[in-house]
Design a protein around this ligand. Structure first.
Ligand SMILES: [Ca+2]
Ligand SMILES: [Ca+2]
Length: 301
């Protein structure tokens, strides 16, 4: 029985296409020199979690989330079975909005869309006619929820899909369209999707997914320093915060990196938590609060 389960887990692990490295985790000793990643859907992760539990390696909750304990358990399993060390990662749904310059999708205008997809020529696009494979995408685009996409729906959808991620500095004041008069600068590379920029003591900081940290001159958008946070790569959802000359960034993998603030920032320390972190750390008085998936920590002097 156990042998069969082990064999099926081996198959499950090996059957998953191995994508390019999206993060290097230090979840266990076996991963230090490995950069390979298994991208898995929640269903497959749940399956793997269940099988890990069956063979006596605690994967944490059977919830389809590739969290720290699951990743670690998968590594232990691989190590025990001489499978190499592939880090388990959650396959994220494709981002439907915007992107860096090179990733922008092409979306035809309304006229072209009608010509291409309006099969019954009623001047609107039904779900069946639409090029959207995911019904949720269609429903989100259908702003007035009448079950059809009209020109207004499509123009919103198109604007959202083809929007370009950028940081824009805009001078205050002005009326109406101030694009040509008040836009001071734009910055387009390595722009974070979720984490907010941080402005601290005259320097702006950007925490980009993958672990790219950038200090920017807020006066002209020029980069002072851009580098990977070696040892704390991976996904970032929380925003950087700062106090007392130091910046704190928390990765999904549960690594909180302390960085010396300044144009030429440096990593001071990387602290590892056992659980995923999605929340931005909070600073209140002399305390820093860090919330992981299941625990709230307070650190003080
Ligand atoms: Ca139609
Ligand atoms: Ca509609």
């Amino acid at each position: 029985m156990v042998t069969r389960v082990v064999a099926s887990l081996v198959l499950a692990l090996l059957a998953v296409p191995i994508g390019p490295t999206i993060s290097v985790l230090a979840a266990g000793p076996a991963t230090k020199s490995q950069e390979n990643t298994i991208l898995a859907t929640p269903t497959l992760i749940r399956e793997i979690q269940f099988m890990l539990l069956t063979v006596g390696i605690d994967p944490g909750p059977i919830d389809g989330n590739a969290q720290q304990r699951t990743k670690r358990a998968a590594l232990i399993f691989q190590e025990r079975n001489g499978l190499g060390a592939f880090v388990l990662e959650q396959q994220r749904p494709r981002d439907e909005t915007g992107g860096d310059t090179a990733q922008r999708p092409e979306v035809p205008d309304w006229k072209e869309t009608l010509a291409q997809y309006d099969a019954d020529h009623d001047g609107r696009i039904s779900l069946a006619e639409s090029p959207m494979k995911n019904p949720t995408t269609f429903m989100e685009a259908d702003l007035n929820h009448d079950g059809y996409l009209d020109e207004r729906d499509w123009n919103f959808y198109r604007a959202r899909k083809t929007s370009q991620n950028n940081v824009v500095a805009i001078r205050g004041g002005g009326h109406g369209d101030v694009t040509s008069t008040h836009v001071l600068w734009r910055y387009r590379k390595a722009v974070p999707n979720v984490p907010s920029p941080l402005l601290y003591k005259g320097v702006m900081y950007l925490m980009k997914e993958g672990g790219i940290f950038t200090s920017v001159n807020p006066k002209n958008g020029e980069i002072y320093k851009q580098a990977r946070l070696t040892g704390a790569l991976g996904q970032y959802w929380s925003s950087p915060v700062a106090t007392d000359g130091k910046i704190y960034v928390a990765s999904e993998d549960g690594k909180v990196t302390v960085i010396s603030a300044g144009e030429e920032w440096e990593i001071i320390a990387i602290n590892e938590f056992d659980e995923d972190i999605f929340a931005t750390p909070a600073i209140a008085g002399e305390s820093i609060y860090i919330r992981t998936r299941g625990t709230l920590y307070r650190f003080g002097r």
